[in-house]
Write a protein that binds this ligand. Structure first.
Ligand SMILES: C[S@@+](CC[C@H](N)C(=O)[O-])C[C@H]1O[C@@H](n2cnc3c(N)ncnc32)[C@H](O)[C@@H]1O
Length: 245
């Protein structure tokens, strides 16, 4: 089975810098609450890495509030990092771009970070363990990792692969694998690190994209909450996972 990830080319044309995703606000609020303690002046000088940073949307969102922070962005797609670089010419503190694969230790920098974010990335991999181990290696002793994505509250790890109808080639898209909260808790115990899962509720409607059934949309439920689904016939349970040593 040939597994690939092509869906992230969409970040070349979307503008999430001027229209930040709802979960950016949720993750930033949590970072401020338990790490930056309300964004006090003495906590503004942190060193942060965003893994899977695409063209720098979340980093831009963070820099607006914390212009003094030392911000690094890692991605595996050179064309996304090129766009991240292009937007930096007039910035006082430009982002540090890192072309690397978070699943491959040999490509990672010899740097440590106070804060590591990884949003919407973990479901790309068929195994979360090497990725989390690499994240932990780059985390400072008192640092924290904030991982946002879909996780399974039931005790099952699920691997999802799809291809468009009519596709004859052995090419399967990845990106919606769902690891169970229980498996991750067990891994954290083995690694002797602490973890916490915080459920995320989306407060806005997202319409269905007529031309891309892989993108999520919302359905209204009787209790007023939103169900997040996509064309893979999946219901997404989004959580923010916090890991610290
Ligand atoms: C679904 S997008 C999420 C982008 C952004 N973090 C967000 O939440 O909107 C996944 C991102 O991870 C990057 N990526 C995929 N595989 C990667 C890997 N092995 N190492 C580092 N980045 C990767 C993709 O190029 C893409 O920018």
């Amino acid at each position: 089975m040939n597994i690939e990830r092509t869906h992230d080319k969409l970040y070349l044309k979307e503008d999430y810098k001027n229209n930040p995703k709802e979960y950016f606000k949720f993750v930033k609020r949590e970072i401020e609450k338990d790490f930056l303690t309300g964004g006090k002046k003495e906590y503004c000088n942190f060193k942060m890495l965003d893994v899977g940073c695409e063209t720098g949307s979340f980093l831009t969102f963070i820099r607006r509030r914390y212009p003094e922070a030392d911000l690094w962005g890692m991605d595996i797609m050179p064309e996304l990092l090129e766009q991240l670089n292009a937007g930096q010419k007039n910035e006082e503190k430009p982002f540090h771009p890192l072309l690397a694969n978070i699943a491959d230790n040999a490509t990672l920098p010899d740097e440590k970070f106070d804060l590591i974010s990884m949003l919407g990335v973990i479901s790309i991999f068929d195994d979360f363990r090497p990725v989390f181990t690499n994240l932990l290696r780059m985390l400072e002793e008192n640092g924290r990792a904030y991982i946002f994505g879909i996780f399974n509250p039931e005790n099952l790890d699920i691997l999802i692969k799809s291809r468009p109808s009519g596709e004859k080639e052995d090419k399967w898209e990845t990106g919606w694998n769902t690891f169970s909260i229980a498996s991750i808790r067990e891994y954290c115990k083995e690694m002797d690190v602490r973890c916490e899962f915080l459920p995320f509720e989306l407060g806005i409607d997202i319409p269905k994209h007529a031309d891309d059934p892989l993108r999520s949309w919302t359905l209204d439920m009787m209790d007023g909450k939103k169900l997040i689904v996509n064309g893979l016939q999946l219901v997404h349970h989004f959580y923010l996972l916090k890991i610290w040593k």
